[in-house]
Design a protein around this ligand. Sequence first.
Ligand SMILES: Nc1ncnc2c1ncn2[C@@H]1O[C@H](COP(=O)(O)OP(=O)(O)OP(=O)(O)O)[C@@H](O)[C@H]1O
Length: 587
Amino acid sequence: MPHDSFTSPAKNFRGLKGSVSADNTDEAINDDELAMRKAGEAASRRYQAAEWLRQMDRGALGTLSKEPSEEEFHLALRNGLILCSVLNKVNPGAVHKVVESPLLDVPSTEGAAHFAIQYFENIRNFLVAVRDMKLLTFEVSDLEKGGSSNKVVDCILCLKGYYEWKQAGGIGVWRYGGTVRITSFPKSSSSLVGSSDSIDESVDESESSQYDQLLDLIHFSNEVFTDEPRITNVLTFLFDHFALGLLQAYIRESDRVNDLTLNAVVINALLSKVVEDFSTLIVSQGNRLALFLENILKGERGMQSKAQFIEAISQYLQQRKSLTSTDLSEFCTCSGKREVVQPRVVNGCNHVDIFHLHGKHIEELKFYHQETKLEIKEIHSIWEEELQRLYDHVKRLEVISSSYQKVLEENRQLYNQVQDLKGTIRVYCRVKPFLPGQLNKQSVVDYIGESGNIMIVNPLKQGKDTRKVFTFNKVFGTNTTQDQVYEDTRPLVRSILDGYNVCIFAYGQTGSGKTYTMSGPDPTHEEMWGVNYRALNDLFHISRARLDVIKYDIAVQMIEIYNEQVRDLLVSDGSSRRYPLCYLLTK
Ligand SMILES: Nc1ncnc2c1ncn2[C@@H]1O[C@H](COP(=O)(O)OP(=O)(O)OP(=O)(O)O)[C@@H](O)[C@H]1O
């Protein structure tokens, strides 16, 4: 019988002690004393029930005394008015229709019989409602003479317990007569109080609820520190449930106990064993939890946030929840019929599990939603800061760039001013060396000065006309290299790209070395390049370096002026060698 599965240790112990007394005269309890004690206890409970009904229903003050006899008690409740009125206060609307009549004490006439039938309807409606609420019920006949007053009292006290629990917020565990009867969420409108058939289910559902409550509490960790009564309820339930299951399992399942006569020694030994095993189990659970938490703290990733830590503990509790349900189902069997009970528990838990699982998922989603919102907000503000920084940076670069352009312009102007100061027209003189195999090696150059002077000797003339001094910007001696000659021309190439017009040409008689200086004797060797090659080389080099700022178009034209005729040297077709000229564009 499932009901027995959840009786308290005290009750069990009393039951066991009674069994022992049958075999042990030393501990036997006198039957009369026992009957008196029972009657006293029953009366006390009846007075308690009456007192509560009087408090709950004003009508009861007139019809129900404070300490009614069993008969008075039955008589006052028989029409069902007090019971229906009280039940409707505990659970509004539980009894829809209540038959009320002033003819309560009418003796057995036809009208009274009619009302008696209607009163019977009151009681029946009351019992149906109580059964729907899954509270303890009684039979209609229990209110008749010879009926079980105890069952009626049980029902009323159970209703009282439920009412007080509901008044307290409907959270956690409530007890009736030392027996754990119910747990429920505040959100659940109906109670799960077990009639004897539903106790197993209610407790397993309750257990599930308790675990979910515990998970809820951990999720909202702030509550953990503030809602102590709630936690106490949850933990008390878990403890009671497990401890009672454990004790019961020992008593029911142990063959040794069945064979033994239960006396104080056996029970003490049994309880010691239970306590020992239970302690071991708690220590092992504690160790597991400690190990688990240690692993979390030492984990490779490390704890990144409080939320992750809580999530990890929640997962652990979820695992423990399923394990513990299985463990307890082994203890909480009904008359040893494990296989009958378990499917019912599983079926009973499925709906609750699914419901709570969905609830938990929604909570988790809400939590992640909030977290994601916060993260997005953070990222958004970081981006905004970053953008602002970039904007400031670009502004600064703009300022720097414009001042850089100014400096460049200034530099360009100064540079070209220097070129102007050096002279817009510069004339250089290069002295050709004697070529190998040349017979007459008498030079006319007497002296080459540092500041561009050259003294020429003319042996054919006499006197002061023998020597004559000529002045140039610079005079290059016979040993001057191609590079040294170009060195003075190089700055002018940059001026070209700054927008100045520059003209470089060689002048001299035939064979004096114009081609040698301007083109060079061998274009395949860079060191032998003349002014033209070197100037073009610099031109392309500087224009490439300035590509980001300026794009230059470079054109090449080659002409010959001979006998006052201008000829285009880049045209291969001989017929059109004369003017107009052909341009060679380079990019
Ligand atoms: N500085 C020099 N060093 C060595 N050899 C030179 C030098 N200048 C000219 N020569 C040589 O002198 C010869 C004549 O030079 P080049 O052809 O350059 O004269 P040119 O003035 O161009 O003559 P033309 O007017 O007839 O074309 C060439 O063989 C050249 O290699």
